[in-house]
Design a protein around this ligand. Sequence first.
Ligand SMILES: Cc1cc2nc3c(=O)[nH]c(=O)nc-3n(C[C@H](O)[C@H](O)[C@H](O)COP(=O)(O)OP(=O)(O)OC[C@H]3O[C@@H](n4cnc5c(N)ncnc54)[C@H](O)[C@@H]3O)c2cc1C
Length: 409
Amino acid sequence: MRPAYDNAHDDTHDDAYYTAHDDAYDVVVVGARLAGAGTALLLARFGLRVLLVDRGRPGADTLSTHALMRAGVLQLSRWGLLDEVIAAGTPPVRRAVFRYGDGVVPVDVKASYGVHALYAPRRTVLDSIVVNAASTAGVHVRFGITVTDVQRGRGGEVTGVVGRTRDGSDFGARARIVVGADGIRSTMAERVGAPVERAGASVAAITYGYWTGLTTDGYEWNFRADATSGAIPTNDGRVCVFAGASPGRIGRGGMEPLRQIVAASSPDLATRLAAATPPAALRTFTGRPGHLRRSWGPGWALVGDAGYFKDPLTTHGMTDALRDAELLARAIVDVVAGGADECAALAAYQRTRDTLSTTFFELTDIVAGHRWGDGEIRDLLLRVNAAMADEVATLAALPPLPGAGAAHS
Ligand SMILES: Cc1cc2nc3c(=O)[nH]c(=O)nc-3n(C[C@H](O)[C@H](O)[C@H](O)COP(=O)(O)OP(=O)(O)OC[C@H]3O[C@@H](n4cnc5c(N)ncnc54)[C@H](O)[C@@H]3O)c2cc1C
């Protein structure tokens, strides 16, 4: 789905529109996917002047499977975007089936906090919906801009960003606060010198692709002592099937390791996979240890994977991006519109993020390192589930947002 932003420009196709300039905003957000577009959207709804830039192209896919957990769906509902996700043909997920060792445990998705089902929209669908909403809320959206550095004031505080457009022109923008939402290998984190405060020890690799004609009954998660696999129903009648294991076992990825791991972790899924139409190619993530970075300083903040990344095996990065976008947006609004002390507000943002994340981060590191046996994984996943319940309760207790319309019911 290619979005029709009303004020967005892909600088690739519109080189003449932008030349080097140095506009001033309340907030510049670098990175226009879930964390960045979400933050920008909420800031604009609170009335701030926001520039959102991304080096990519509008509506592009990214290296990620896309299972949302309850808190992520709750956020889309609270922001008034869930109906659009559903209207895009994203199938509801009403059950998750866990297979550990010899046990099969189906879990129905219970309705709570107004969330009746989970969803796993393709990133081409979901990221576009959030960027489009940001644009509609008044965010100035610009694709084709690579940010290369920050600008600093006399006291060393961050006052803006510089970079280049895709045609090689210089780019600059000033802002009261600059937000780095530029993903795992964040340039912003590097340029502001944000230290890693907690690092993961585990690295898992994932290979995945999209099958058609594959029958599923919701999310499927299969755990074996040395590998995991799963199935995630998504748009266009497709099912994302993935296999995760040590980088050595996944190697360069592809059909062979995926079929082997699926067969070992769920013969049932392997049989259904054999009867379905496979994709032409698979995508492979070669793994990266988790990090929790310091995520604020004078004039800057980090959100999403830029500040907090954990292994994808617990499928929670998108949900966290939607969660932390709101936590950060509220802190920035308090500073820019409410006159709150910047250090106190941004530090509180990170504190809440870390409180909600630390247990999850540590559990994910154990799951991703496959440091468990068949008898332990169930307990680990129950603890993951408890951490998710705390997160949902925290988000549900936040005040309503301006301009979000009625939450999905
Ligand atoms: C293999 C894999 C599977 C995953 N599966 C799931 C899952 O099932 N469920 C789930 O919840 N999460 C999953 N995740 C995690 C999820 O993809 C991330 O947590 C999420 O995308 C983070 O969003 P973000 O907005 O922080 O960053 P990103 O989505 O990485 O977006 C960053 C953006 O910043 C832009 N950018 C980067 N540098 C610059 C620059 N210098 N200048 C301008 N723009 C820049 C990029 O173009 C990009 O658009 C998975 C991740 C991987 C790798």
